[in-house]
Write a protein that binds this ligand. Sequence first.
Ligand SMILES: NC(=O)c1ccc[n+]([C@@H]2O[C@H](COP(=O)([O-])OP(=O)(O)OC[C@H]3O[C@@H](n4cnc5c(N)ncnc54)[C@H](OP(=O)(O)O)[C@@H]3O)[C@@H](O)[C@H]2O)c1
Length: 298
Amino acid sequence: MRFARYGGPEVLEFVDVEAPHAEAGQIRIAVRAAGVNGLEWKIRQGLLEEFQPLRLPAGIGGDAAGVVDEVGDGVTDVRVGDAVFGSGQETYAEHAVLTSWAPKPEKVSFEEAAGFPTPFETALRVLDEAEVRRGHTVLVNGASGGVGSAAVQFAVDRGATVIGVAGPSNQDYVTSLGAVATTYGPGLVDRARALAPHGIDVAVDVAGSGVISELIDLTGDPGRVVSIADFTAPAHGARVSTGFGRDKTPALREGARLAATGRLTLPVTQTFPLPQAGAAQAASATGHVRGRIIITMP
Ligand SMILES: NC(=O)c1ccc[n+]([C@@H]2O[C@H](COP(=O)([O-])OP(=O)(O)OC[C@H]3O[C@@H](n4cnc5c(N)ncnc54)[C@H](OP(=O)(O)O)[C@@H]3O)[C@@H](O)[C@H]2O)c1
């Protein structure tokens, strides 16, 4: 899938192009499924042009799962034929180059594994930056989407108590992930306080829904509030976490270990065949995704 100009979902075209090749330190996979992330419709729309200018036409997509079919110089941990998932470039495609990867757990489908990379790396990075530990109470604002679902499960696995904030239709889902669920909207601070009589140690804002001051109110310290999507956070003394330039491999491996045990799952709630990637991105842009949206090969 490629786009020659910035715009709505309709600018994405299903075209035949030369397959890319793995350079040193990279692998190429025959893609079985690609994960859809919020960042991708923003790139297509041109919202990131200032920070990340593209040479158009360009492909799109950062996450995928598939079977290794080319190994670049210096890569020794995988062979042609191995099933992997990971991050790279232009993954909404039949073949894509990955720059970080981990073996796909056998019991996990290609579709589910394609949804892992960005949520795993982001959720683990944020929990590390916020120094989440056993015994902490952690609030996750936006707990039902890709990053939120991963953050809840990783935090529970670390021995934290998690309050998961999501919409009314996702309360049971968030509870099933191991969190105590509550809804967003007016009264959030009172509801969260009632659920955390010993206080909230850390608040992670995944949704970017404009509640940084409420989260600071809840933790009592802007240093214990981290957002991945609200760029006003620093004005309040809180942090924004970005993953630019980081090696994602350790997070992918850590997440794969937990997924292999069945203690972490990112349910695939919507799938779209590759030529309908525009519709997949439109579904992502609603901002109300439960679990993961995945692109499958036709
Ligand atoms: N900085 C980084 O490194 C980084 C990395 C990855 C993603 N991101 C950004 O982080 C954001 C979330 O990514 P994602 O992939 O997890 O998104 P997603 O899968 O689309 O999930 C968004 C979630 O936000 C919830 N939500 C919507 N309105 C809300 C509100 N007012 N209050 C609280 N929650 C609300 C939705 O819950 P309901 O459906 O229940 O309403 C949904 O579960 C996106 O903006 C993405 O671009 C940043």
